[in-house]
Design a protein around this ligand. Structure first.
Ligand SMILES: [Zn+2]
Length: 409
């Protein structure tokens, strides 16, 4: 049963600080290729991001290779390569990149030397999420080896740019899947979802996220002549106050109330006697399905109008909210697997949508039922990140049982 641990250790030993993959995906590819998976690396030209898509179909007539020689019409519509990927399609989704280790001397052991102490495996990425990458890979390998014939297609999708800006990463792969007309039905994101024990939490959806970059225009001038200036910092203050006061009161059974936060404020030239002529505000909304980016944009525009503030605004929609049904096929299969493999009672598994966004938000719009389930997240992005060694095996068993429940039924 040490297979997952061994693979996790090999991954941690590669310092794949986002988006530099450092050969992590080669390790996963080698494992899956040996089990008969068709593997391809998807890369957007010019970007250092790597994405590995490994597929295996248990059905005859599948064509997971397509026609790679086919000449793509670069200027006309995309020409699909002729893949035949029988459904249902289940993708296990992960990332091989990690955040920088920070102060290395603060770690008890080298962040890129996997180290076991007291039943815990230490190293950057142990929990977020090389432990899950290893568990997903071994689960897929075991499943297709035990059942070469099964209904539909299973696969692994990993990117080397989840912790960074996602350029050339899962959004790019999602576009490619659309063009190839490959629509996953189920997607398990192996992000660390649990809090204190493996199995305590499944994320069944995520809030949306939108950022606004606001530039407020005023008139710069000497503070001694207030009638000749239009202080942009004062306007920024009024706008921030108004936006913070707004009550959304829009919580749902699955989602908390929409929240707003100012993340950056900049104004002034550093002088004591000059009132700023412009001010920059960066702010972010985490919103539930009762809101849309357009509704939030209208809200901001209305405030600007009421306060008679002249501003230019650039919006970045970081992700739309999504939710998977509490009794959907994937959620049910995952719950049962957790009960069977951890002994936890079904009603002690919390299904929620809390926390930050994940790459699941790019797969959900393809029509997939998406859940996030992985190890405990108490140490992620921190010094001395670690995962319970025992949990790596249990996680592998859970993923494997989910694949069986969907594809052998
Ligand atoms: Zn992660």
């Amino acid at each position: 049963m040490a297979e997952t641990l061994e693979l996790a250790r090999q991954l941690i030993a590669r310092p794949s600080i986002t988006p530099d993959d450092q050969g992590c995906q080669d390790l996963l590819e080698a494992e899956l290729k040996a089990a008969g998976f068709h593997c391809r690396t998807l890369r957007e030209q010019m970007y250092p991001t790597f994405n590995l898509l490994a597929l295996y179909s248990g059905e005859e007539g599948a064509n997971l290779v397509g026609d790679p020689e086919q000449i793509k019409n670069q200027h006309g519509p995309y020409d699909p390569s002729g893949l035949v990927v029988p459904g249902p399609i289940t993708l296990l989704l992960g990332h091989t990149d990690v955040v920088a280790p920070g102060e290395v001397s603060a770690w008890s052991s080298d962040p890129f030397v996997p180290t076991e102490r007291d039943g815990l495996l230490y190293g950057r990425g142990a929990a977020d999420m090389k432990g899950s990458d290893a568990a997903m890979t071994i689960a897929l390998k075991r499943f297709v080896t035990a059942h070469p014939q099964f209904k539909g297609t299973v696969g692994l999708l990993v990117t080397s740019n989840e912790e960074g800006d996602a350029v050339g990463a899962i959004p790019y792969v999602a576009e490619w899947l659309k063009k190839e007309r490959v629509y996953p039905n189920y997607c398990v994101v192996g992000e660390p979802s649990c809090t204190s024990e493996l199995g305590d939490t499944i994320k069944i959806g995520r809030r949306g996220s939108m950022t606004a970059h606001i530039t407020i225009h005023g008139k710069q001038g000497h503070v001694a002549y207030p009638d000749k200036i239009d202080n942009a910092a004062h306007k920024a203050g009024r706008l921030i106050a108004a936006l913070c006061e707004h009550q959304f009161n829009d919580a749902t059974a699955d989602f908390p109330e929409t929240s707003f936060n100012v993340t950056n404020v900049n104004a002034g030239i550093g002088a004591e006697n000059v009132a700023p002529g412009s001010a920059e505000i960066m702010c972010n909304w985490r919103f539930n399905p009762n809101q849309t980016p357009l509704k939030l944009q209208h809200l901001l525009e209305r405030q600007l109008e009421q306060l008679r503030i002249y501003a230019t605004v650039r919006y970045v929609i970081n992700g739309l909210p999504f939710i998977s049904s509490r009794d959907g096929i994937l959620v049910s299969a995952l719950r049962q697997a957790i009960v069977d493999k951890t002994g936890r009672a079904a009603d002690a598994i919390d299904l929620n949508t809390a926390g930050g966004t994940s790459d699941g938000r790019f797969i959900a719009p393809l029509g997939a039922e998406v859940v996030e389930f992985g190890p405990c997240n108490g140490t992620i992005h921190q010094v001395n990140e670690c995962v319970k060694v025992q949990d790596l095996d249990t996680l592998t068993d859970i993923y494997e049982q989910v694949l069986a429940a969907i594809h052998l039924a």
